[in-house]
Design a protein around this ligand. Structure first.
Ligand code: DON
Length: 320
């Protein structure tokens, strides 16, 4: 039973978002215990070295670069990410441009690297110890990007008698055993093992992108392991492929999480592209819809453009 005095002594923990840059943009997203922001920034850093804009949206080259970068990030996730109150997460290294440059050296346009050839990398510069999403922008331009989760639908399926809320089943976001996948197929190790009081890893990626210092994109998604890559693709669709926010949200998405070693695609990627990707060695699997990303883009004159994800019937974009 929680009493009022418990609440008055409750000190909220304030965490600094993970910050990265992508071309001329500043990207702010969620820090551990979510892995989301870290890997969005890491993947953007890797992709910054490729001409995505010239290559075009969802062409075989663009998807190939994205998949190769995604695999590397998820391999690192399996080893390094966990609650920073318990483990040293090499955040500075994982999100550094020089680490991305080193990872890029092993990516070739010739072929997909099988997952068996990939493992967690060595991000330097360790920091010292120390599933529903909504995006809101108010009339002054202040922005909130919020993802919250009880893991699966209805959490653990248990309600607290008389309290009217469900208990989560977030324990599945810990790694039960090194190398054993969780419900989303994610592999983890020591950094994300269960410990008393420790918070489980997450993939939530509530993200705000600033353009020349001003809030520009507010976005985020549910979708388990696919949250990171869903959010990433909306950023790329707007920044590299000049899409309006609704097109960026609706466009077919791809996902690679290192293991299982398969490139998941939604319906709508052309058959020719799939053949080209297969010829590079990708195992392409068509999946049902991935993610449900709710996004706002702020126009130069302050106009707010909402992009609700048609993948879920509960999505909506509303003005005020
Ligand atoms: O925090 C996480 O990564 C998971 N608990 C999210 C689960 C989720 O997105 C389920 N909804 N589709």
């Amino acid at each position: 039973m929680i009493t009022e005095s418990d609440l008055s002594s409750y000190e909220p923990v304030v965490r600094t978002p993970v910050h990265g840059t992508y071309h001329d943009y500043d990207v702010f997203s969620m820090s551990p215990p979510s892995s989301g922001g870290t890997h969005i920034v890491q993947i953007l850093n890797i992709l910054e070295g490729y001409p995505l804009r010239e290559s075009g949206h969802n062409t075989a080259d663009t998807i190939h670069w994205m998949a190769e970068a995604m695999k590397l990030a998820y391999a690192d996730r399996s080893q390094y990410l966990g609650d920073t109150d318990y483990v040293d997460v090499p955040l500075a290294g994982l999100t550094s441009k020089s680490y991305a440059e080193a990872l890029r050296k092993d990516i070739t346009l010739e072929r997909a690297r099988p997952a068996s050839e990939i493992g967690p990398g060595e991000p330097t510069a360790y920091e010292s110890p120390e599933t529903t999403h909504f995006s809101v922008v108010d009339k002054w331009g202040n922005a909130v990007s919020n993802t919250y989760t009880i893991n699966f639908s209805y959490g653990s399926g248990i309600t607290v008698e008389g309290a009217g809320f469900l208990l989560n089943n977030e324990m599945d976001d810990f790694s039960a055993k090194p190398g054993v996948p969780n419900a989303y197929g994610l592999i983890g190790g020591e950094a994300n093992k269960v410990e008393p009081g420790k918070r489980m890893l997450s993939s939530m990626s509530p993200t705000i992108v600033k353009k020349q210092g001003k809030n520009f994109l507010v976005t985020g998604s549910p979708g388990g392991s696919r949250i990171i890559t869903t959010t990433l693709q909306v950023l790329l669709n707007v920044i590299d492929h000049d899409m309006n926010i609704q097109t960026a949200v609706s466009a077919p998405r791809v996902h690679h999480q290192w293991l299982p070693d398969e490139l998941r695609i939604e319906q709508g990627i052309s058959g020719d592209t799939v053949k080209l990707l297969e010829s590079l060695g990708h195992t392409v699997v068509t999946n049902s819809a991935m993610g449900a990303i709710q996004s706002i883009m702020v126009g130069e004159d302050g106009t707010l453009y909402g992009g609700a994800d048609p993948r879920r019937s509960t999505s909506s974009a509303q003005g005020y």
